[in-house]
Write a protein that binds this ligand. Structure first.
Ligand code: TYD
Length: 131
C-alpha cells in the first residue's frame, strides 16, 4: 500500500500564509463535501470504517493526529501535523484516527455527499468485501 501525501503550495509571505485547494487541480477529484473533526476527547480513536467508492483528502488544518490505514493486506501509520500536507485516501481502505492533539481540526474533502450505504463499518465485512 502506498501512502499518498499531497504537498500543497504555501502562498503568502510577511503577512502570513495561505493554501488554496481546488477540485481536479491539487485535489484529484470533484469536491462534493467538506467536513471537519474537532474537539476529539483525549485517548479517543475514531473512524473504524472503509468506503466502497468515496475518495477523500485529509488535512490537519490545526494540530495533528495519527492515522492507521489498512488495505486488508498491510497496515501503515501516518502522522499528519502540517496543514501543508494532505493524505489522499482512495476507496476500500480501513482507517482509524488517534492521538489527536487538543487543538486538532482534521478537515476532510470528499468526492461525494454523505451516504451511509457507502460505508463498511465492520472489519470482517471489509475483509469479505475486498476479496
Ligand atoms: P462517524 O462516521 O461515526 O464519525 P466518528 O466515528 O469520527 O464520530 O460519524 C458521526 C456521525 O456524523 C454519524 O451519525 C454520521 C454523521 N455524518 C454526517 O451526517 N455527515 C458526514 O459527512 C459525516 C462524515 C458524518
Amino acid at each position: 500500500m502506498e501512502i499518498e501525501l499531497i504537498k500543497f503550495e504555501v502562498k503568502g509571505g510577511d503577512r502570513g500564509s495561505l493554501i488554496s485547494l481546488e477540485e481536479n487541480k491539487n485535489i484529484p477529484f470533484d469536491i462534493k463535501r467538506v467536513y471537519y473533526i474537532f474537539d476529539t476527547r483525549p485517548g479517543v480513536r475514531r473512524g473504524f470504517h472503509a468506503h466502497k467508492n468515496l475518495q477523500q483528502v485529509l488535512i490537519c488544518v490545526s494540530g495533528g493526529c495519527k492515522i492507521m490505514l489498512d488495505d486488508g493486506k498491510e497496515k501503515k501509520e501516518v502522522e499528519l501535523f502540517s496543514s501543508a500536507n494532505g493524505l489522499l485516501l482512495n476507496s476500500c481502505i480501513w482507517r482509524e484516527m488517534f492521538d489527536f492533539s487538543p487543538d486538532c481540526v482534521l478537515m476532510v474533502l470528499a468526492s461525494d455527499y454523505y451516504n451511509e450505504e457507502d460505508y463498511i463499518r465492520n472489519y470482517q465485512d471489509f475483509i469479505e468485501y475486498i476479496k
